[in-house]
Design a protein. Structure first.
Length: 178
């Protein structure tokens, strides 16, 4: 697939997903993902992601479709509706190969050049991961844990120093406690 096939700069106007019916855990496992991006007023670009069961890879299909009555005809329900906002521009795409040469990840960046969502082929399904920026500013719980850990380390060092001093000051003394 050529790099310039992805509809960079187009707005995401719809998403449809097909859930894997065999998996009953809490993880979102998908058999198909369709991203609908607005090409022109009459056309849309559909990016379809499908798992390849034999190799745990992701097959990417990019097609053009025609809008009917200014609407997108989605294949199914959007299970990502709370995670992936609509009407944001596709800014970048990474199609990743693992160390064995298999194409097992597709990462999309919307609205900025930072990764937004990753689709990963695993166990004959597609799993979904959302990305967030990591900030230097620590939250209150993290601060409290760090401070408590630092205090504990200082107490342990002081206790260790006290034991060393006692051993140095009275090397030949022993005390029997009854």
């Amino acid at each position: 697939m050529a790099i310039n096939e992805f509809p960079i700069g187009q707005r995401l106007i719809g998403v449809s997903t097909i859930s894997d019916v065999e998996y009953d855990g809490d993880e979102l496992c998908l058999d198909e993902v369709n991203l609908y991006l607005e090409d022109t007023e009459q056309k849309i670009t559909v990016v379809t992601l499908l798992p390849i069961a034999d190799t745990d890879e992701i097959k990417v299909i990019i097609e053009e479709a025609i809008k009917k009555n200014n609407q997108v005809s989605a294949k199914s329900y959007n299970l990502l509706y709370t995670s992936l906002p609509l009407y944001v521009k596709l800014m970048s795409v990474w199609v990743c190969e693992n160390v064995q040469g298999y194409q097992d990840q597709v990462i999309f960046a919307f609205e900025s050049l930072h990764p937004t969502i990753t689709f990963l082929a695993e166990g004959s399904v597609i799993k979904v991961f959302m990305h967030e920026q990591v900030y230097k500013k620590e939250n209150e719980l993290t601060k409290a844990i760090i401070e408590a850990t630092e205090d504990l380390v200082m107490e342990m060092k002081n206790a260790s120093m006290n034991l060393t001093e006692v051993a140095e000051n009275s090397p030949n003394q022993s005390k029997i406690v009854e």
